[in-house]
Every structure is written in structure tokens, then in C-alpha cells.
Design a protein around this ligand. Structure first.
Ligand SMILES: [Zn+2]
Length: 286
């Protein structure tokens, strides 16, 4: 599944490919991709004549800013955008085609068909589902240490599921949570309120560094993630902990462990990320 760095890469690529293009018509070949409005013909009609000014990102959602509307798109498991000449034959699994006035198409392909598109009048998309309840952006200036600490420090739940909760912080998925916790030397099952201030500071810095590094490297995914220009992401070669079960830790040489935390496959180094017990009384739910 694409994570925040991949979606950021897709956003940047789309801006170089389709900014200022005007939509002539839209073909919806798989109606269930279109979540709002419910009528795909209305979706197509509303987009006719609209110019795409810029593509932005909120969490793992893309926001296409048009003249009068904002189109919110989530790639989910396998969704991809590509720019084609209108004359090129449609590839398999192409579900939505945006025909531009300049003879090119933006085509949305999705083998798994889990992707979604919502169309909102300008100014209404950020206050209602699916974007309405999303948490703070980890690559935004507003993600200060104080803002991070306020969200995390008093919670009694395990740190990993908390970091995955999109209502607290958006866009750090399973891979980058494992990488960030490794970089900060924090066991994924530590309860958030047992983390010291220095540990929280390390974790805050590790989240930003992990995401920035991967955005710079073009995003990654364990599967064959391909960005908008058909280039495969490179960051997967730089993963230090995720997907390295039973291999040696780069830092200490210990064997990397894999476990399940909050229902998600989780990689950690037992030496670099010890499970400290700093509370005097154990929580009853353990
Ligand atoms: Zn280690």
C-alpha cells in the first residue's frame, strides 16, 4: 500500500504532468470508484471544463484543486495515475479517464478496485469525510514537538497503534512506524505514557527524518509501487528494520524479530529497542 512518502511523490509528479490542464470530458468505466456524487454521470458532468490548478495532499489522500471543485482521491492498495496520449489504447484495469483539451488523458488504473474519488465544491472537502477527522500532518510546520507530545504523552495505549491512528497523526503507515521506532530506539509495545521526554523528542525527530528521507528517495513500497512517471520507488533498499525478520541489525548485529502489534506485522531489534517497564504497577489489560 502506498504510504505518505509515496503519495507525496505521486502528488509532486502529477503537478509536473497535469497542472493547468483543462478537462474536456470524463469517462467513468467502474462506477464504484466514484463515492461522491453517487451518480458517476453527474461526477463527469461537473468536471467538464474544469482546469486542474494544483494537486495537494492530506494524509494519504490526493486533492486535485480545480476551478470550482476539489477532487479527493485515495489510491488504497494498488491505484495508479498515468498520463497518456488520448490515442493510446486503454490498458487493462483502467477505471476512470480524464480527457484533457490538449489531446492527453489522465488515466486511473486500479487492479484491486479499492481506490476512491470524492468530488466536493471548493472549500468543503476538509471538513467532512473522508478528510474531516484527520490528524496532524507530520511533514507540516505545525508538527512541532509540543504538538506531538500533546497528542501522545498521556495515552496509555501502545505506541505503535497510536502512531498508526490517522486521527492523531496522518500518513505514517506500518513501514514507516517501524522504521521511526527503530531509529528512536523505542520498542513498539511501549505504552505511550511511559515514554520519557527525551524518548519522545527522539521519536518526533525520527518520524520527520524517516518521512523526509523517503520522500527524497522517491517513496517506496514493498510491492511494485510505481510513481506517476513509471519509475519504481527506491527507498525500499534503505529500509533498516521493516521486512528484515531474522536478519542482523545494522546497528548492533542482533537478530531482528517480527511480532504482531495491534494486528499489524511489526519488526524490531530486541537490543536496540528494549521493552522497558517504567511504570511501577502494570496495567490490568496486559
Ligand atoms: Zn540492534
Amino acid at each position: 500500500m502506498p504510504e505518505l512518502p509515496e503519495v507525496e511523490t505521486v502528488k509532486r509528479t502529477l503537478n509536473t504532468l497535469i497542472a493547468d490542464k483543462t478537462i474536456e470530458s470524463v469517462d467513468v468505466l467502474l462506477p464504484r470508484i466514484i463515492q461522491k456524487p453517487q451518480d458517476p454521470d453527474l461526477f463527469a458532468a461537473l468536471l467538464q471544463g474544469q482546469t486542474i490548478h494544483v494537486v495537494e495532499r492530506r494524509g494519504k489522500f490526493l486533492r486535485f484543486i480545480l476551478d470550482d471543485y476539489v477532487m479527493v482521491s485515495h489510491l488504497r492498495m494498488e491505484g495508479r495515475y498515468g498520463l497518456y496520449s488520448s490515442e493510446e489504447q486503454l490498458e487493462l484495469h483502467t477505471h476512470v479517464v480524464f480527457h484533457f483539451t490538449d489531446g492527453t488523458d489522465l488515466r486511473y488504473k486500479d487492479v484491486r478496485q479499492f481506490g476512491t474519488m470524492h468530488l466536493f465544491p471548493q472549500g468543503q472537502d476538509l471538513t467532512q469525510p473522508p478528510l474531516g477527522k484527520l490528524g496532524i500532518e507530520p511533514l507540516d510546520e505545525s508538527f512541532t514537538f509540543a504538538a506531538f507530545r500533546e497528542r501522545i504523552a498521556k495515552r496509555t495505549t501502545k505506541i505503535k497503534p497510536l502512531l498508526l491512528n490517522q486521527e492523531y497523526i496522518v500518513g505514517i503507515g506500518n513501514i514507516y512506524v517501524d522504521e521511526s521506532l527503530f531509529l528512536a530506539g523505542i520498542h513498539p509495545e511501549r505504552e505511550a505514557d511511559t515514554l520519557s521526554r527525551p524518548e519522545l523528542q527522539k521519536l518526533h525527530a525520527a518520524i520527520i527524518q524517516t518521512l523526509q528521507d523517503s520522500v527524497e528517495a522517491g517513496g517506496s513500497s514493498i510491492k511494485s509501487y510505481v510513481n506517476g512517471q513509471g519509475e519504481i520507488g527506491l527507498f525500499q533498499h534503505q529500509l533498516k528494520i521493516y521486512g528484515r525478520k531474522a536478519e542482523s541489525c545494522y546497528q548492533c548485529g542482533a537478530e531482528i524479530q517480527k511480532t504482531v502489534v495491534g494486528g499489524r506485522g511489526t519488526h524490531f531489534c530486541p537490543e536496540c529497542q528494549p521493552l522497558k517497564r517504567t511504570r511501577k504497577t502494570k496495567k490490568s489489560k496486559e
